[in-house]
Ligand binder design. Sequence first.
Ligand SMILES: [Fe+2]
Ligand SMILES: [Fe+2]
Length: 323
Amino acid sequence: MKEPKLPRARGPLSAGVISALTFGEPAPRVGSADPLGDDLQLALYLCYELHYRGFAGVSGEREWDPELLRMRGELEGLFLAALKGETAGGDDVIAVLEELLVEPIDARGVSHHLRDDGELWQVREYIVHRSIYHLKEADPHAWAIPRLQGKAKASLVAVEFDEFGGGRAERMHAQLFADLMDELGLDSSYGAYLEVAPAEMLAVVNMMSMFGLHRSLRGALVGHFAAAEITTAPSARRMAQGLTRLGVDPLFFTEHIEADAVHEQVLRRDVIGDLLHREPGLAADVVFGVQATDWLEGRFGELVLGRWQSGRSSLLVPVSDLR
Ligand SMILES: [Fe+2]
Ligand SMILES: [Fe+2]
């Protein structure tokens, strides 16, 4: 298996992690840093990636390097505080999920744009951004399994079973996404576009990894998972329409229209319902997971649409310049 290459640094923190991984130098102290900026988000992403597939030339043992874990904890503290600061909080899980179900009639997100008048280069950019997550689709959520019990566990595993192709490797959602990248002439190898993904995209994936890797954040992970499933079905429908309009096979998205309508129900009723029945004190964490997802996705969408509206690439380097 080809492991991804380490990307270029984006500041002192990410440079420090790369030196630690490459030369065994001590991981730097974090101090104060922009918790949502490129440097911190890349540094955190690199730390988390050690728990997924790692990097070429970096020993698998570094996953449990105490110095890197210490640094990761400092980065997480800043990121988590920023997310708490940007979200309203509360403990009304039903209300916060209902809000997500109501789509404003005049909503204008990335998927609306790609459905109606997006161009092929914009579809390619969007797929490059999303590859940071979808090539490991559903992996961060699998970490929740040992932290749940009973019906919540069984139901979350049922959703994960679908995400992982129901036992068929060629139907794994990550594989369907890789197939879409191939059709678009993009590099579908894992981690190929880490170099060009902005902080706004890395933060979405870092949030999932943080929620997944901390048992104390299991409520937030489940809230995040539900929020993602609720918002995916309508946006997948728009994406499928956009791809069809542009003559691209929409299978990855059509697969998500029906599946996620079901997943949403299972997450809401069986996973969250049962978890809160067992552990009612987790309601505020579930709400936080929903709100953090909504806020980070909104921030990512604004970046992409804003750049496109001014005729610019939404990536750190435009896709056409990559090869
Ligand atoms: Fe999926
Ligand atoms: Fe799903």
